[in-house]
Write a protein that binds this ligand. Structure first.
Ligand SMILES: [Zn+2]
Length: 126
């Protein structure tokens, strides 16, 4: 689905100013007292402050796309958390909150664990 259609859907479902058919206007917005900008065919890149502040934040991805489309500052970045590696101390971007070692150390840890496993296996066999 295109972002435009997604926005319309969001407006219809969540915007408190969107009243549907009112005063002979379909897709009436009581905040603008007229046609909801997102249903205005002539407006290729509509924007609405009410929508941006009150409705859009409920859809993080759409908010991002919406703001990027309009060259707006994206303040709620889905930035990766910066973490200091527990082992070597380098700062890296973690993919999850549970990640506490940098990639290099994660690799090393894996190898070390594999080694330990091998050792244990050998001990068992002995
Ligand atoms: Zn490290």
């Amino acid at each position: 689905m295109q972002n435009k259609n997604k926005i319309k859907q969001l407006v219809k479902n969540n915007c408190a100013s969107y009243l549907g058919d009112r005063h002979g206007i379909s897709n009436y917005c009581c905040w603008k007292d007229g046609l909801c900008v997102f249903f205005d065919q002539d407006n290729p890149l509509p924007s609405c402050r009410y929508f941006e502040n009150g409705v859009l934040p409920s859809d993080e991805k759409l908010e991002r796309d919406y703001k990027l489309e309009r060259n707006m500052h994206v303040d709620r970045q889905i930035a990766k958390p910066k973490v200091n590696c527990k082992k070597c101390g380098t700062t890296f971007e973690a993919n999850s909150n549970r990640q506490s070692y940098c990639e290099k150390c994660t690799e090393k840890n894996k190898k070390e664990r594999a080694k330990l496993r091998m050792r244990k296996m050998r001990l068992k066999q002995a």
